[in-house]
Design a protein around this ligand. Structure first.
Ligand SMILES: [Mg+2]
Length: 267
C-alpha cells in the first residue's frame, strides 16, 4: 500500500480541515514546500477548510496580507485567529475596557474596545517576543491584583523564530497568574470554545473534521479532545520523537501539508 493511500484510509469520513498556520503553511516568513498548491487544491476541490491560529504577533488583516504575498489567496473570512476571538469575547461582555499586552498591530483586532484606561476590566496578553518590557508586566500585574480579569490570547509554550525556538506567551501567563493569584481565561487553541467557533464556521461536526497542526498539544491533542482527528505535521516546531516524549498519538503523521493533497488527489 502506498503512503498516500494509507493516509487517505485513516482520513475516511473527514469532510473538512482546520489548518494551523505557523509551521504548517509557512515558517519563518516563507511558505512551506507544497503548501500554496495544497491550499489552492483545497479551494478548487471545494473541501471546507479554515485556518486557525494562535499567532498573536499581527492582526488578522496583516496575516491575510502576509499569506497573500506568499500566493495563498485568502481573505479574512478564511482565518480564525486567537486575537480576533479574544476581541469577540470582550465585545460579548458588553462595554468593557482592557489593558492589552501585545504588538501594536494586534490592537487593530480590538477596535471598539477601550484600550486606553488605567482602570481596565480585563488584562489581555498576546505574543511579544521582546518580553513586553518589565514596566508593562508590572502594570498588568497591578491591574490584575486590583481585580481585573485575565485573558490569555493563548498559552503556547514555544514558537519557532528564524534564529531558533523561543519562549511563547505561556510562561508569561503563568508568571502573572501566579503573582496576582488569579484565574486565566485562555481563548486560543486548545480551548474548547475556540474549536467550537471554528467548527461552527465550517458547519461540520467534530467527527467530520481533521485538524492539521505542528503543535502536538494545542493542535493535535486539542483536536482529539474535541472528537476531531489530529494530524501532526512534522514541518514545524515539534519533531516526530516528541510524540513519544509527550505521549501524544496523532491519528495521522505527515511530513508536510502537501501529503494531504497527495492522499486526496491520489484517490
Ligand atoms: Mg503552529
Amino acid at each position: 500500500m502506498s503512503r498516500p493511500t494509507a493516509i487517505f484510509r485513516k482520513l475516511e469520513g473527514v469532510k473538512g480541515y482546520l489548518i494551523d498556520l505557523d509551521g504548517v503553511v509557512y515558517s519563518s516568513g516563507k511558505p512551506i514546500a507544497g503548501a500554496v498548491e495544497t491550499v489552492h487544491w483545497l479551494r478548487s476541490a471545494e473541501i471546507p477548510h479554515k485556518f486557525v491560529t494562535n499567532t498573536s504577533v499581527m492582526s488578522r488583516q496583516s496575516l491575510v496580507n502576509k499569506m497573500n504575498a506568499m500566493g495563498f489567496e485568502v481573505d479574512q473570512s478564511d482565518l480564525i485567529t486567537a486575537a480576533s476571538a479574544a476581541a469577540k469575547y470582550l465585545r460579548e461582555q458588553g462595554d468593557v475596557s482592557a489593558y492589552l499586552l501585545a504588538y501594536e498591530d494586534v490592537r487593530k483586532d480590538f477596535t471598539g474596545i477601550n484600550l486606553e484606561t488605567t482602570d481596565p476590566d480585563y488584562v489581555v496578553i498576546g505574543s511579544r517576543d521582546d518580553g513586553y518590557g518589565y514596566e508593562h508586566l508590572r502594570r498588568a500585574f497591578r491591574y490584575l491584583y486590583q481585580g481585573a480579569k485575565f485573558i490569555a490570547i493563548h498559552k503556547n509554550r514555544t514558537w519557532m523564530r528564524p534564529d531558533g525556538l523561543t519562549m511563547g506567551v505561556g510562561a508569561y501567563v503563568s508568571m502573572l497568574q501566579y503573582a496576582a493569584n488569579v484565574e486565566t481565561i485562555i481563548i486560543g487553541k486548545p480551548s474548547r470554545e475556540f474549536f467550537e467557533l471554528a467548527l461552527k464556521d465550517l458547519n461540520l461536526s467534530p467527527t467530520e473534521v481533521a485538524m492539521i497542526g505542528d503543535d502536538l498539544e494545542s493542535d493535535v491533542l486539542g483536536a482529539q479532545r474535541m472528537g476531531m482527528k489530529g494530524i501532526f505535521a512534522a514541518s514545524g516546531k515539534y519533531k516526530r520523537s516528541d510524540c513519544a516524549k509527550l505521549d501524544i498519538k496523532p491519528d495521522v503523521i505527515i511530513d508536510d501539508i502537501s501529503d494531504i493533497r497527495k492522499a486526496g488527489s491520489h484517490h
